[in-house]
Design a protein around this ligand. Structure first.
Ligand code: S3P
Length: 177
């Protein structure tokens, strides 16, 4: 599959632990497209890791980088782009994502918490006491914006990344964009 239904690129959004990077890599390989991770691009651009950006410039500083890199993807073609879980916290990003083919990987917070049990590179989780409560809160705060930003919603709970990728490919085929 090269350019299904004239779609130039796909954006993946959803909570931390929803499988965006793993699924994105599988999709990109299946389609022969490039995979791009916005968090990774931010680290390259800033010259330090995400935890250091949060520590030195605060969450707002991180969100500035995030919005800037998202905008820079506008010219990309044949790419699967994985966005950080908080990308929808800025209205301008929601507006951008609504104009593109965006897919929400919806995961149950309990499953995301289990997947992130040993992760140390998520500042929002490092600074909280209880990962599950924090993920529940984040989903509650962001759910409406995820839904508004994405034209395709896929449940990633209880599915392998390969199953999620194949579900997305089917949804794209069905899409009448
Ligand atoms: C964040 C999610 C992370 C990363 C940062 C903030 C969030 O990305 O952007 O730690 O606010 O949910 P992933 O969703 O790829 O883990």
């Amino acid at each position: 599959m090269n350019n299904p239904r004239g779609i130039e690129k796909l954006y993946l959004i959803g909570l931390m632990g929803s499988g965006k990077s793993t699924v994105g890599n599988i999709l990109a390989a299946a389609m022969g497209w490039t995979f791009l991770d916005i968090d990774h691009e931010i680290e390259t651009f800033a010259g330090c890791d995400i935890s250091s950006i949060f520590e030195e410039q605060g969450e707002d500083g991180f969100r500035d980088y995030e919005s800037q890199i998202l905008l820079q993807t506008a010219d990309m073609d044949h790419a699967v782009i994985s966005c950080g879980g908080g990308i929808v916290t800025r209205t301008e990003n929601v507006e951008f994502l609504k104009d593109h083919f965006t897919i929400w990987l919806n995961v149950a917070p309990a499953e995301a918490a289990a997947r992130l049990e040993h992760a140390t590179d998520r500042p929002l989780l490092n600074e909280c006491r209880d990962t599950l409560t924090k993920l529940n809160d984040l989903l509650h705060q962001r759910e409406a914006s995820y839904a508004e930003s994405a034209r395709v919603h896929v449940t990633s709970s209880g599915r392998t990344p390969e199953e999620v990728a194949s579900k997305i490919l089917k949804e794209i085929e069905l899409s009448h964009d």
